[in-house]
Design a protein around this ligand. Sequence first.
Ligand code: DP6
Length: 326
Amino acid sequence: MKTTALAPANIAFIKYWGKKDENLRLPANSSISMNLSEATTVTTIEFSKRFSKDQVQFLGEETSEKEIRRIIDQLDRLRKIAKKDLKAKVVTKNNFPKSSGVASSASGFAALTIAAAAALDLKLSEKELTILARLGSGSACRSVPRGFVLWEEGSSSETSFAKSLYPENYWDLRDILLIVKKPAKKVGTTEGMEGVNTSPFFTSRLLSLPVRIEKILTALKKKDFDLLGQITEEECINMHAVMMTQNPPLFYWNGVTLDIIKEVRNWRDENLPVYFTIDAGPNVHLICEAKNEKEILNKIQTLENIEKVIVNKPAQGAHLITKNLF
Ligand code: DP6
């Protein structure tokens, strides 16, 4: 009854920001993402009569009570479906440091859900697994299917699930993640998006999304890189405009973030096709085609205040592996 799963983080071209149902984690809109090969979580879980309580251990990281509670709530959901009340030992490891500012909830809840479902011998479809992962953390549902993924917003728990649009080898893109120095103190995504309705721009964001979603779907279908990049940037700026106009306002960008944005635009003026996107933190994801990776990495050398550069390829979804962490 001991199993281990590996799950990738993902980067969204169309973002998830705001829920229409907080308890069910139903998103305000559909979103589209790509799994990241070099930002992954591995989780081993064992359910056993030997354990008198649930134990959760993060290797190489501090954890808060709140995070542990969220993990145990997810175990409870799975135990309820399996009709088993065995306690569990969970050990989890991210291959990217928490201080890197990469959100670990997507890869974390995807790995936990896949490992726990297998350990409890639950025979669930990929769709059902994405629904369960979503209840742990919304963006985690996008880390379950492979490659390029659509999360359908749906109107109920059963209809809000993620599915693969294309496998990871469909399009040789890169996500070059720039971890900036001195990240600002973070407001978590769950808490941050609670204020989404206070932004006067949120309604207009929702109205403008269907067109952007269609354009991203077209860009993926036709492998139209400029369309993908332009809409991804437009979408990122749109989400951050909502964040910045919430009450209280959320400024996830810092000065380095803006410096990078400016440089990316200069590089494009020099005919280097590269676009940026940013999540709930100051780090910048540069999206490019594989053929331009080297030139962009050279350009990055000229940037200041970059702590770390992580080059991601499109990746498969969450899956079981044989190497256990304990
Ligand atoms: C800005 O999935 O972390 O990264 O469902 O509350 O756990 P919860 O939120 P989470 O939100 C991710 C927000 C984002 C945009 C995105 O990845 O789509």
